[in-house]
Structure formats: C-alpha cells, structure tokens
Ligand binder design. Structure first.
Ligand SMILES: [Zn+2]
Length: 161
C-alpha cells in the first residue's frame, strides 16, 4: 500500500482560525448582510431538545438570500440543520448557484462549524465561501466548503455510469 497524501488537520484548523475577522472588516455589504440575516433567522430555531439555536443564510449568485434555522424533532434523527434548511428553501425556489453562506450560533469559546452532513450537502452545490459567526458578530471565521470538507464524496468523474 502506498500513502498518497494526508490531510493536515491541524494546519487547516490553524490556517482558517487566523482569518477570523470582525464584521466591520467586510467592506462587502452583501457579506455583512448575509451574516446579519443568519443572525436574525436564528431566533426562529425550533430547538426544544438542545436549546441550541443556529441560523444560516445562503447568498445566490443573483443576489437573493435564503435563510434557514435548525428544526428539531422528538425523533431526533429527522431534525434539520439550519444550513440544509436554507439550501432547501433556495433550491426549491429554483436557485442552484450560490456564492456564499453564513452560519451563526453561539458557543463561548469556539466557532460552530457546519456538521458533517451539512458539509457534504452543501458541497453538492459548489465550493463557496463560508462565514461562521457568533451572534455578537464580533468575530467571523472565514473558510470555504473545500476547507471544511477536504476529499469530499463526489461522483463528478461519472463513476456511476
Ligand atoms: Zn448540519
């Protein structure tokens, strides 16, 4: 067996953490707005089991924004994350091309990055910038789908044919 490469997890984590910026850093008002929209929609989260509110907003290339919050269920596994809620809303309105997504949740000492399922789900629709913020919007982690999910599952080489 030959080792062809390793994912430098530690390097990836540190490199993206260094790019944390305050909201004021973003001169692009679309990015500022996206983070604000994700923060606002977070208040609609239905999370009676975890009490962990998450908001997400996805920016389409045509400038429209779709928002989503986490929706939990008594049967835990059928709950939906905020990121997937936002994407499903956009896609079901005919949108397929995205340019950025913002995710907002609160943890005192760390950023709340998308779960593995959401990383895979979002990767289907392109490698875009991901802005991860806290509700205070004092610090924003700037990353991308490919940084969050290196070696993502894909059959884009038509291996299903
Ligand atoms: Zn998720």
């Amino acid at each position: 067996m030959r080792v062809v490469g390793e994912i430098p997890q530690t390097q990836i984590w540190y490199s993206i953490c260094e790019t944390g910026r305050s909201l004021k850093y973003f001169k692009d008002s679309k990015v500022q707005n996206l983070i604000r929209e994700a923060t606002e929609v977070r208040s609609f989260a239905y999370c009676p089991y975890s009490n962990f509110q998450v908001g997400a907003a996805v920016l389409c290339t045509d400038g429209t924004v779709y928002k989503g919050c986490n929706v939990e269920n008594n049967s835990f596994t059928v709950g939906v994350c905020a990121e997937r809620a936002a994407y499903v809303k956009a896609i079901s309105e005919g949108k397929r091309n995205f340019s950025a997504v913002a995710v907002v949740a609160f943890q005192e000492d760390s950023f709340t990055t998308p779960c593995g399922a959401c990383r895979q789900f979002m990767s289907e629709f392109g490698d875009i910038k991901v802005y991860i913020a806290k509700p205070t919007q004092k610090d924003v982690l700037v990353t991308s789908i490919s940084e969050l999910l290196p070696y993502m599952f894909t059959t884009k080489d038509n291996s299903f044919k």
